[in-house]
Design a protein around this ligand. Structure first.
Ligand SMILES: Nc1nc2c(ncn2[C@@H]2O[C@H](COP(=O)(O)OP(=O)(O)OP(=O)(O)O)[C@@H](O)[C@H]2O)c(=O)[nH]1
Ligand SMILES: [Mg+2]
Length: 269
């Protein structure tokens, strides 16, 4: 993988400085970017364009849950002309966790080398994709099996979230790091690069999280399987278009799943 000039993006990269000038040629490496969507028509066309602007050779898989705003239809129209775009349609809103799992399984089944998961709402800017991919190896040797684009490591951050939302996010990270004995500072973030060979050891049927707790649970399962987990700082920007899908019910069920797994961790069962 080599570094090349950073291209023009449709939406501004949150950081200026060195990282903004990096692009990456991934020829010879099979990369799949997976994006779960529910009503993301305001964001997805730009996101797809910016992803290919920084990683022209990457494939993109959208997992859409029959979005009423036509996100899935747009994907079908585009993928008919663009073989690097794939779309999996599910018949109704079935949860972020199962959508991501569908994408990860697809990557493993189709022999991609790396799979990157990101949100569609530009909280995870595609400009960070090269950083995540470069960070997976050091001196030509694999360094991580999972690399998290982290809001909570030095250099990372959050822009545009109200104080209460930040507190909730930090609270869930303290809760899950302690309960699940996880080392990363950002266990709830969904901007991650996985080495697909590391996904082979996952017992998919054992996964309990349908929704947002998937991020913590998956880290916990990968850690138990001996995966090397790292973090690279990113600046997360609150969505400016479209609506958030996280609600009280999602938040409470995430707390419950992490609580159950935490009990197992502490009892050693
Ligand atoms: N396929 C699918 N995608 C989902 C589902 N729920 C959320 N998403 C997508 O998952 C990503 C994250 O959802 P958001 O609503 O942005 O939630 P969030 O980023 O945790 O919270 P905010 O800070 O409020 O944006 C977005 O790309 C959503 O469209 C779901 O049930 N199915
Ligand atoms: Mg979001």
């Amino acid at each position: 993988m080599s570094i090349r000039e950073f291209p023009t993006l449709r939406r501004p990269f949150p950081e200026s400085g060195d990282t903004a000038t990096f692009g990456l040629d991934v020829s010879g490496v099979r990369v799949l970017v997976i994006v779960a969507t529910y009503n993301e028509m305001d964001n997805l066309p730009d996101l797809v364009a910016d992803t290919w602007a920084v990683l022209p050779a990457a494939d993109i898989l959208v997992i859409d849950d029959d979005s009423p705003d036509g996100t899935g239809r747009w994907c079908d129209e585009q993928s008919a002309q663009q073989p690097q775009l794939h779309c999996i349609h599910r018949s109704r809103k079935m949860g972020l966790g199962t959508a991501i799992m569908t994408g990860l399984k697809y990557a493993a089944a189709n022999a991609y080398d790396y799979v990157v998961n990101m949100d569609a709402d530009y909280s995870h800017h595609p400009g960070y994709l090269p950083l995540l991919l470069v960070g997976m190896n050091q001196d030509g040797q694999p360094s991580y099996d999972v690399l998290i684009g982290s809001r909570y490591t030095p250099g990372g951050g959050i822009r545009g979230w109200p104080f209460l939302r930040q507190l909730m996010s930090q609270g869930i990270n303290v809760y899950s790091r302690w309960l699940l004995r996880l080392a990363p500072r950002d266990c709830s973030g969904g901007f991650r690069c996985y080495r697909t060979t590391a996904l082979r050891c996952v017992d998919w049927d054992a996964i309990q999280s349908v929704g947002y707790a998937f991020q913590e649970e998956f880290l916990w399962r990968l850690k138990s399987a001996g995966a090397r987990i790292g973090e690279v700082p990113i600046v997360f920007v609150n969505r400016s278009l479209g609506q958030s899908k996280i609600d009280l019910h999602e938040s409470l069920s995430a707390l419950a799943v992490i609580g159950r797994l935490g009990v197992r961790t502490w009892l050693g069962v």
